[in-house]
Write a protein that binds this ligand. Structure first.
Ligand code: RRS
Ligand code: CA
Ligand code: ZN
Length: 170
């Protein structure tokens, strides 16, 4: 099956991200923790580093909204499309990740939509990964349900390293 796909990449390896708003489905500190752990999965597998910023601009702007939300891709209500994100680019929306607020986001639960899985998938796009046809890859285009302690698939890791190389550690 076709493995990972590549879109545009960032021309830098030190990236910033900002949580614009949070889903009310989970406690705010949980949302922050899940988002940070999700983006750090990509840092662990590559030479990328991420800094959370609390205000102003950032490379990756993260927001939750239902239906029409200011871009050309309105969400579709509960189910269907869960979220989307934009490949790196010089324009403002590049790298941004939007989550459909009409979903019921959960953590460590087999019901609802696992926020961590969706976030890891979207941040893959924010970093320049397309979809993979490998069923176990996080970049697979279909949500297949909560996987306890899930890790990036080797295909996801190969994809991010094709763009940004290996994690060279401290
Ligand atoms: C991978 C995920 C985190 C992000 C992707 C979108 C995406 O690639 N974002 O970057 C997603 O939402 N995929 C849909 C694909 C999809 C499945 N169905 C759909 C019905 C209508 C529209 C889309 C879908 C059938 C019914 C199940 C609906 C609930 C699950 N939805 C999905 O799996
Ligand atoms: Ca939806
Ligand atoms: Zn996707």
């Amino acid at each position: 099956k076709k493995r990972y796909a590549l879109g545009s990449r960032w021309s830098k390896t030190e990236l910033t991200y900002r949580i614009i708003n949070r889903t009310p489905d989970l406690p705010a500190n949980e949302v922050d923790r899940i988002i940070t752990e999700s983006i750090e999965k990509w840092a662990d597998a590559s030479g990328l580093t991420f800094t959370l910023v609390k205000s102003g601009n950032a490379d990756i702007l993260i927001s939750f909204a239902p239906g029409s939300h200011g871009d050309d891709n309105p969400f579709d209500g509960p189910g269907g499309v869960l979220a989307h994100a934009y490949y790196p680019s010089s324009n403002a929306i590049g790298g941004d990740a939007h989550f459909d607020e009409d979903e019921r986001y959960t953590d460590a639960s087999f019901s609802g939509i696992n926020l961590e899985w969706v976030a890891v998938h979207e941040f893959g796009h924010s970093l320049g990964l397309g979809h993979s046809q490998i069923e176990g890859a996080v970049m697979y285009p279909f949500y297949t349900g909560y996987v306890p302690k899930f890790q990036l698939n080797s295909d996801d890791i190969a994809g991010i390293q094709a763009h940004y190389g290996e994690n060279v550690g401290e």
